[in-house]
Design a protein around this ligand. Structure first.
Ligand SMILES: CC(C)(COP(=O)(O)OP(=O)(O)OC[C@H]1O[C@@H](n2cnc3c(N)ncnc32)[C@H](O)[C@@H]1OP(=O)(O)O)[C@@H](O)C(=O)NCCC(=O)NCCS
Length: 235
């Protein structure tokens, strides 16, 4: 794989292979199928409506209640094709170094074409999950994990978490949720291509998917992961 090109999962040549407005912050949720609560939250977020008032006049729990902020458990949901703002926000939260590690290329901005590629998700063959955390200003997207099917049971995977959120368990939760979703989709083998110096990613992938071969070649480490395994390693 050439390092001159950004890595969609790693590379733009594999086109087929992050709402603040769009979720509640009431807890961790994987979204293999949107729940009514999730759909409701999204609808409210889209219309910009304020949280409903209770019949007794008290305000219903805010999407980002103080309790939710304190717990700081990310909400995880599927990225949608119209989530360009989320994608941009997560990208903006990555340092130059993290962008390089994620895309295998020094990427200062997302080109329109590459951005469109990253938003080209269908929930089956090209699926991405976004993690949102509660802040006093509302939910903020902090990480994205994605898979791109390469065969009936195979997919490539990649992940990035905003630098300010590193080592807080977001990557682990995203990857675990992706493993669950991949298993539901009938995928049995996930492949991550990482740069050899990327010890954080190697440790993360092996923390969630302990077993599977790791190959080195062409300046890349290729880690094979088994999705059913990740389901047993959620933190
Ligand atoms: C790799 C990355 C996604 C990790 O995300 P994260 O949210 O910081 O990871 P977590 O906090 O969930 O860590 C889970 C486990 O991964 C391992 N890990 C994560 N970061 C690590 C680091 N810097 N050094 C060593 N181990 C690390 C640890 O085992 C950790 O468990 P622990 O905190 O209980 O020790 C993040 O560093 C990142 O976005 N890097 C830039 C993009 C990238 O490299 N993508 C991978 C290529 S596809």
């Amino acid at each position: 794989m050439s390092r001159a090109r950004p890595n969609e999962l790693a590379s733009e040549t594999r086109l087929r292979r992050d709402a603040s407005r769009a979720a509640t912050c009431t807890g961790y949720m994987t979204v293999s199928t949107p729940s009514p609560m999730h759909a409701h939250a999204q609808a409210g977020a889209r219309t910009g409506r304020q949280p409903r008032q209770r019949g007794d006049g008290r305000r219903a729990a805010s999407p980002c209640s103080r309790r939710a902020i304190r717990r700081a458990a990310p909400v995880i949901r599927e990225l949608r094709p119209d989530d360009g703002t989320i994608l941009d926000e997560v990208f903006a939260g990555l340092s130059e170094r993290s962008r390089y590690l994620r895309f295998h290329s020094p990427l200062h901005r997302l080109s329109d074409r590459f951005r469109a590629t990253l938003l080209d998700v269908d929930g089956r063959d090209r699926l991405a999950l976004v993690a949102l955390v509660c802040t006093p200003d509302g939910p903020r997207p902090v990480g994205i994990v994605r898979l791109s099917r390469t065969g009936p049971g195979d997919a490539d995977i990649a992940i990035a978490v905003a630098d300010a959120m590193h080592r807080q368990g977001v990557g682990r939760q995203l990857l675990t949720a992706l493993g669950d979703r991949a298993a539901e989709l009938g995928l049995t083998r996930l492949t991550a291509e990482i740069l050899p110096e990327n010890t954080a990613a190697a440790a993360l992938f092996r923390a969630v998917f302990p077993h599977g071969p790791t190959r080195r070649g062409g300046g890349i480490l290729t880690l094979t992961c088994h999705p059913a395994e990740g389901a047993h390693h959620s933190s």
